[in-house]
Design a protein around this ligand. Structure first.
Ligand SMILES: [Zn+2]
Length: 419
């Protein structure tokens, strides 16, 4: 069979599947990219259907089915007890008003055939003509159309990711009290830093983290992708040090967010069964394949002397502590974030705490202190906060993981399929 036959056969399979579902469900909503040309499984098709995840999320505890064939990826939302006509009106409104609406097909199928699935007259992707006119007259080439889709999809994701990255970093930075870390009200145990400096560092690193997301869209071998991500990470570090005049504000964060953002980009842009945690683990393994723990750094000493693997271990475990922390982070309230931060302080291997503790015994003692802390006792929380600042303690590793946890929570609330 040639490509066109395969696409047609994919389309038929999709119709059959919808028909079958209509035996058990009254309404089926199909979400599928409106992709010209014969390459229906490019990253744009995946990014497009993921951009419309909010439709699935808008139905409480809904059943859905995610498929892929030669006609491209699609999501079927399976519904009982809804008014198909009103859903159809909503879908048309989304197609007409969403900034990517022209590139998506939102079809509604009804068991009783009461909903016409004939397309309303849609506008062309490029000009303001009716689509049918431009298609009939072949006004635009596929390359032209795909180019436009590419630009618009990238603008959409750039805005979305930059907003989520910014929010995740700010949710941590604004949190107070924070046991020696920088907040809007104190430099904590970091006399060389303050809130404004952290903001500058954040602004400096964000473009590189966004670049990492887009790097995953290229069809690279994992080993080449990792090498490119590393090099973007190095540029991010350079930009950060320039912005802070040499202060290490977010080096650990660049590593963690970079790995997670790349895993999310990888997941959202292709047919990928692994979770973002599995992907980050695989990336980390590749990254530390031949790692030699013999440098003079605190991280390496912590490993050689006390088997503390720090953030490297967390990444190699596929962010196993973050996975549990996500269940503690019910919402983005101060209480919930502090609870999650304390969970991370107790359960992750924070080599920046180890560095500041002076001894392994003290490191364990401080963790125990947090484990015994009554979070509902505000006075106790403030007392331990003062203790940490007086003893020059800090929890940079745990704070980075809090940002990662917040970021994944926000992504999870918007997108499907991440876990
Ligand atoms: Zn046109």
């Amino acid at each position: 069979m040639n490509i066109l036959d395969n696409i047609l056969s994919g389309r038929e399979k999709r119709s059959k599947l919808i028909e079958e579902y209509l035996n058990s469900y009254e309404t089926v909503v199909s979400i599928k990219a409106n992709m010209p040309g014969t390459e229906k499984n490019n990253y744009l098709a995946y990014l497009l259907i993921n951009a419309f995840s909010f439709i699935v999320k808008s139905f409480p505890s809904v059943t859905y089915d995610y498929h892929q064939n030669d006609d491209g990826p699609f999501v079927l939302v399976l519904l009982n007890g809804f008014n198909s006509k009103s859903i159809k009106r909503q879908m048309i409104s989304i197609e007409e008003h969403h900034e990517l609406g022209r590139f998506i097909d939102l079809d509604v199928y009804d068991r009783y055939g009461t909903v016409t699935i004939r397309k309303q007259k849609r506008k062309c992707i490029i000009c303001d003509n009716q689509a049918s006119i431009c298609i009939r007259n072949q006004n635009h080439t596929d390359v032209e159309i795909i180019d436009i889709i590419d630009k618009k999809v990238k603008i959409f994701y750039e805005n979305n990711i930059s907003q989520i990255l910014n929010q995740s970093i700010m949710e941590e930075l604004e949190l107070d009290p924070k046991f020696g870390l920088v907040t809007p009200y104190t430099s904590g145990s970091h006399p060389d830093m303050n809130y404004e400096l952290m903001i500058k560092a954040k602004e400096a690193i964000m473009p590189y983290l966004i670049e990492m997301f887009f790097e995953t869209l290229k069809n690279l071998k994992e080993i080449d992708l990792i090498r490119n991500l590393q090099s973007i990470g190095k540029s991010a570090e350079t930009a950060m040090f320039k912005a802070t005049k040499g202060v290490n504000a977010y080096k650990g964060l660049i590593f963690n967010l970079g790995l997670i953002i790349a895993s999310i980009g990888y997941k959202l842009s292709r047919y990928e069964k692994r979770t973002i945690f599995d992907i980050s683990q695989s990336f980390a393994k590749q990254l530390f394949l031949n790692y030699d723990y013999s440098s003079e750094s605190y991280g390496d000493k912590a490993f050689l002397e006390h088997s503390l693997k720090g953030i490297r271990g967390e990444a190699l475990s596929g962010y196993s502590t973050v996975k549990i922390a996500l269940r503690k982070l019910f919402d983005l309230s101060t209480h919930s974030k502090i609870q999650t931060l304390i969970f991370l302080i107790i359960n992750s291997e924070d080599t920046s705490l180890y560095q500041r503790s002076g001894s392994f015994e003290k490191y364990l003692y401080i963790k125990k202190m947090f484990a015994e802390l009554d979070l509902n006792n505000d006075r106790e929380v403030l007392r331990i906060n003062d203790y940490c600042i007086a003893n020059n303690l800090s929890f940079g590793g745990s704070a980075d993981l809090l940002v990662v946890t917040v970021l994944i929570k926000i992504f999870n609330d918007i997108y499907l399929f991440l876990e």
